[in-house]
Design a binder for this molecule. Structure first.
Ligand SMILES: [Zn+2]
Length: 117
């Protein structure tokens, strides 16, 4: 399970955690059922998280159409990659489409011009 950690999977994990957060927030809201206003606020926040996760899932769908299928040089399996650098989903081999980055330390920040932080 931890093996597959390419970008799309990370986003998928994020979307899944949003659903969990949404349910936890809604569950907390039940404890405030004596106060309908607070309960409604919690319910709306929980719903917001679930809507956000739906949006993230939609985004994954959009991203999936942009992935490039490559054959991993390390394990020989076909993997999908996103952006200029990504990881093989089978063996976590760093992959790059940019010849200039070949041989460099694997760094996901190559994908965005802004620094990660
Ligand atoms: Zn591989």
């Amino acid at each position: 399970m931890a093996k597959y950690s390419s970008k799309i999977n990370k986003i998928r994990t994020f979307a899944l955690s949003l659903i969990f957060v949404g349910f936890i927030v809604m569950y907390v809201g039940i404890y405030f059922r004596t106060s309908p206003i607070i309960m409604t606020i919690f319910m709306l926040f929980g719903l917001l998280f679930i809507i956000a996760s739906t949006a993230v899932y939609f985004w994954i769908g959009m991203l999936s159409t942009k992935t490039i299928q490559v054959k991993c040089p390390n394990c020989g399996k076909h993997t999908k990659m996103l952006g200029r650098v990504d990881m093989c989903m089978h063996c976590r081999e760093p992959l790059t489409l940019d010849a200039k980055l070949e041989g460099h330390q694997f760094d996901e920040s190559y994908n965005s011009k802004k620094s990660g932080k």
